[in-house]
Ligand binder design. Structure first.
Ligand code: EPZ
Length: 430
């Protein structure tokens, strides 16, 4: 199993190209199940989760052609991938596949809308919390589907003539359930109005792509989304939006190590709340042409309290990284997680680097220390693992991060991007 070795202490200077967003690419890829035409996605990141979903979609009958990767002047790569599902080969998403990646459960929406039925394995537990699927069941039931749980699977059946538009308000904000409702309602008869919808930029990206395919969706990005059903969708060409979590992660890394880095190919407006927190922590962040410039001052990090919330609040997917940054603040900060009940596995690993963190319920109290020291640590989930990389970059000596496959799920060519900016980071393959 691969490990990542980091020798900390170097400031980061240079350009980091930001990849397409994993969490936009996944639902966009799934949307290819809605049409028999070709959906072409540009700026698709090369990540383990994307490759996993390519295999899963292949199982449902999607033909996939990947254009060769081309390196651009700033060191970025951009992949264009064509997805064509002439006919749906299988409406079952088996446990072996769904259990590996929760997002693959979302195929339930397009399969139900296009084929009138779907049998999809329940995703099962996950390292960051229980993550139930009740909101998907309620939402699709509101569109007229019969939903039955049997043997660890959800059997979903649309009424004769297809799903029917309806008004439905989520009792709780869910990104995934909003994606699924957008896809399902696009091919329903009549109008659907979703209340308390997720407002994440990835939801807007999916809605834009569906509209390019012929859907009639308005209001994405607000909490009320209206979808007028259409009888069929066509192909389209769509560019995946930049990864705001990768953007925020590298911005926090620079705030932590010090230095001057331009994050290219990204957009500051995708992460206002996180940028505000990074600025309050003492880094200078500004919009520049084609990206964001971050100037960090290393040792002069100020303590900042944050609370994770659905967009536009502080993203849970940046919580671990921000905690990493706060471990070296000049004082005490608090990080409160409100989205997932068990997203603090990085705490004990950060403690191995010398961080002083105490947990009380959903809040972590972080007492900043003047120095972190390198240590062997273990990645436990995707975002937790990158917080250890950030800690390692600022720690004295060597940090060895094991179980790197978590990182590979969501960070494209992380070692290369950091090395080009002066960090000492290498992958060790045993
Ligand atoms: C998406 O997960 C992201 N994943 C997550 O990123 C992200 O942390 C999360 O949204 C929140 O922003 C992808 O986009 C692939 P939710 P999702 O449904 O859609 C509860 C990463 O590291 N809930 O918005 O699965 C749920 O348990 C990943 O890239 C129900 O109660 O998250 C959670 O507490 C991790 N019932 C809350 O809602 C349901 O039926 C929000 O989850 C569905 C969700």
């Amino acid at each position: 199993m691969d490990r990542i070795r980091i020798v900390g202490g170097n400031a980061l200077n240079g350009i980091i190209p930001i990849s397409g967003a994993k969490n936009a690419a996944l639902p966009l890829m799934i949307a290819s199940l809605l049409t028999s035409d070709t959906l072409t996605l540009e700026n698709v990141p090369h990540l383990a989760d994307v490759e996993g979903l390519i295999r899963i979609l292949g199982n449902h009958g999607v033909d996939i052609a990947v254009n060769g990767r081309r390196e651009h002047q700033d060191g970025s790569y951009s992949r264009t991938v064509h997805f064509t599902c002439r006919t749906v080969a299988d409406t079952t998403a088996p446990y072996e596949l769904v259990s590996k990646m929760r997002a693959s459960f979302w195929v339930i929406g397009p399969l139900l809308a296009r084929e009138g039925q779907a049998r999809v394995s329940l995703p099962g537990g996950c390292a960051i919390g229980t993550r139930p699927v009740d909101l998907f069941i309620e939402g699709l039931t509101a569109l007229g589907a019969e939903m039955e749980i049997d043997g660890g699977y959800i059997n979903a059946k649309a009424p004769k003539g297809g799903l029917i538009g309806a008004r439905y308000t989520f009792p709780k904000v869910s990104v995934g359930a909003t994606h699924v409702m957008l896809m399902a309602a696009s091919l329903a008869r009549g109008t659907t109005v979703i209340g308390n919808a997720a407002r994440e930029p990835e939801v807007v990206d999916l809605a834009n792509c569906l509209n390019a395919m012929g859907a009639k969706i308005s209001g994405a990005g607000t909490s009320t989304i209206t979808i007028e059903g259409v009888t069929s969708l066509s192909g389209a060409r769509h560019r995946v939006l930049p990864d705001r979590i990768e953007t925020g992660t590298y911005a926090m890394a620079v705030a932590m190590t010090g230095g001057d880095v331009t994050l290219s190919g990204t957009d500051i407006s995708l992460l206002d709340t996180a940028i505000e927190a990074i600025r309050r922590a003492g880094a200078e962040v500004s919009a520049v042409e084609g990206g964001i410039r971050v100037i960090g001052h290393g040792d002069a990090i100020r303590p900042v309290d944050i609370v994770t919330e659905p967009f536009p609040g502080f993203p849970t997917d940046l919580q671990a990284q921000f905690m990493g940054l706060m471990t070296r603040a000049n004082g005490i900060s608090h990080v409160t997680e409100t989205i997932f009940e068990n997203r603090f596995m990085h705490v004990q690993e950060l403690a191995r680097l010398g961080a002083k963190i105490t947990l009380s319920g959903q809040t972590a109290r972080i007492e900043g220390v003047t120095r972190l020291r390198g240590a062997p640590v273990m990645a436990t989930d995707l975002r937790a693992s990158v917080s250890l990389v950030i800690g390692g970059l600022a720690a004295e000596g060597e940090t060895m991060v094991s179980r790197v496959y978590h990182l590979d799920r969501g960070f494209e060519r992380l070692e290369e991007k950091l090395t080009r900016c002066g960090a000492i980071v290498e992958r060790i393959s045993d």
